[in-house]
Design a binder for this molecule. Sequence first.
Ligand SMILES: [Zn+2]
Length: 120
Amino acid sequence: MDIFCKIIKGEIPSYTLYEDETVIVFLDVNPDVNGHTLIVHKKHILDIYDMDKETWLHILKIAKQIDKLLREKLHSEGLTLVQNNGLLQEVKHFHLHLKPQYKNKQELMNVEDVYNQIMH
Ligand SMILES: [Zn+2]
């Protein structure tokens, strides 16, 4: 079983920011930037070829909501979306990376501290 299925099953803890019937959203524990977040489909879907249009639209809607949250709590001022299919996809379970962008270069913070800053 891949690591995301284990997180969905609750076998591995995660810094969860949002959850609904379709997706779970949590902080990447190996972030490129502070607030690096993953939107993960709750079903074991491989990639975009495995996903219907409605689900994609839902995921984009959630991405915008999370971006708002990150801008408000972490003062990011932009967002980069990355989603790998095939070769570069490390975990073979659909996930969309949200990488907030900052005007000034930031030191990487402890993920738990980032989580606390977002949730308070
Ligand atoms: Zn999976």
